[in-house]
Design a protein around this ligand. Sequence first.
Ligand code: MN
Length: 725
Amino acid sequence: MRAAATAPGPQTPQAYDTEFTLQLEKLRELLGTYLKPEDIERVAAAFRFSAEAHKNQFRISGDPYFSHPLAVAGILTAWNLDAQALMAALLHDVAEDTDITLDEIAEKFGKATARLVDGVSKLDKIEFQSIEEAQAENFRKMLLAMASDVRVILIKLADRLHNMRTLETLRPDKRRRIARETLEIYAPIANRLGLNNLFRELQELGFRHVWPLRFRVLGKAVRAARGNRREVVGKILVAIQARLAEAKIEAEVSGREKHLYGIYRKMREKSLSFSQVLDIYGFRVIVQDVPTCYLALGALHGLYQPVPGKFKDYIAIPKANGYQSLHTTLIGPFGTPVEVQIRTTEMNHVAEAGVASHWLYKEDKSLPELQQRTHQWLQSLLELQSASGDSAEFLEHLKIDLFPSEVYVFTPKGRILSLPRGSTPVDFAYAVHTDIGNRCIASRINHELMPLRTELKSGDQVEVITAAHAGPNPAWLSYVKTGKARSQIRHFLKTVQFDESAALGERLLAQALRPFELGAGEIGDAVWDRFVAECGAKSKQDVLADIGLGKRLPAIVARHLADGVEKTGAGAAEARGQGPIPIRGSEGMAVQLAHCCRPIPGDPIVGLIRKGQGLVVHMADCPGISRIRGEHAKWVDVEWEPAGGKLFEAAIKLEVENRRGVLARVAAEIAEAGSNIQHVTMDEEHGVYTALYFVLQVSNRTHLARIMRALRHLPEVVRISCVRE
Ligand code: MN
């Protein structure tokens, strides 16, 4: 709540001075109980400085503005906070609302104080909009992440408490907004830090201003029921005290008053009537040490019967905020449920004041020691936790809450995104949407144009500027933090590479198709589909990319495609390369050429008739036959029938010098000799020489001989041979 600069208050300057001189004396007295004299003087200096700076400002209520920072400091003294925190509390609105700068504060009151002031005003600047529960949680985490020092949060909570206490003077709609924010954001933070009293008060005030009518009705009902209640509470209290005394347990027993918001929530969440909720009585038993807690529990379970399943041991397993107690529910007189909390004095301090209890109940308060204390507090929670296992998870929990490995930033629409620490606007862009990441060209952080590699901080408002035809820059990979951004950038770059290769492959293929007097457009889908299936590729695009990347030869692909076009174009089922095998005397018989020796016309051949296989034609000197000789098989003399057009497979092996482009030259030579390459493989070794294996389509023995002769003339070819197994 800011000063309303136009509302002049009733005070004269003299009255102002007198009023605050009195207040300063009061504060000194309070601080005298726990601060060193020199620290008290520093706080007093901050007091005078702030009172002077806010001199002509007033709150909406008409009170001098300085009454607010003073009240905030007052709340902090109740937690025995140190001088730096008190100075920061007194100065927390100075840098925002007056012309005094942070540098001046640092100079006069120390850098640590200025840092605390800066931390608080940063929290003031961010505004919570969404009411979704998940967003509320992110917002709470954002606040905790931004407050690198626990004291910043404590000052902010005290600030909020005082604003809530003085909320009446605001307009109803403003009042409701602030109260709702308090219920959703600040009360849960207080709870998480274990600041129980503050948590309760923020909830009560929030309830009162968000639902004023319900608050009044419920309050009245509770007051009306109080007389009757008091009687029952008194009876049970006496019974508990008597039983504990009997068991020789020293304890302090008290009845607990229910908070209105607690009653309201129970009614709503558990659909209970008012009297059902109010009929539950709460008691607290405070004892000396942990073993006594369990003794007291045993004694009380002997007094009234416990409700099964209601016992909770938060001593063995503390809550995440450090809270420890034994909770049990008993069936009291007349069947009324009685809730009992049993804890030690120490545990009670933590339960009431949480993280602040470390300022409250220890002496000596130099700063490093304070930090150490906070650390120790976390450490002690950890140790307690590790006794019951699960410490890794518990540590993770604390890390997220107080020392987060994450940053929380706003989108332009006020949504909060959580990103790993070190994230950049590029990570942010990909977190919002892949397309935004792929198209981002610049970024604004808090409305200022900033480089894409800037590290984001909690509370930043981030906006990404995109351009329709932009694409990711490979350099981004050197600084993005999130896996999503990294994989999306890689994916995009790979796709681009693939698309570019495919485009190049398409051009190369078009060139290679020219000798066949074919344009790329003349090759139909059916031809492509067949070719893709034959060569084991995934798609046409894949084949084109392979050509572009040099993994396939355009000439070979072109020839296959041209063949395909010819076949479909002629409309004949039996085109070149198919048709009956021209063996004389095989009429009416299924004929196949042996795969072991691959005979071609001109080779001396023999036929072998086997059951279920028909006639298999081998080379006469096929080494494979000797194995079959003795078997139950019928040998026949066969002879090639002179027939044109039919093509046969022949395998050859070339040993070549391993030079660039050798495969292309060999392939060109084969094409020149009028043969198709059916298949080619290459030895993986990359020495001086390498072996190429071709399966070619030839008409006959002479054709093969001509091809081999042509290849032998190539300077790279060292050796050439027919492959027959
Ligand atoms: Mn304030």
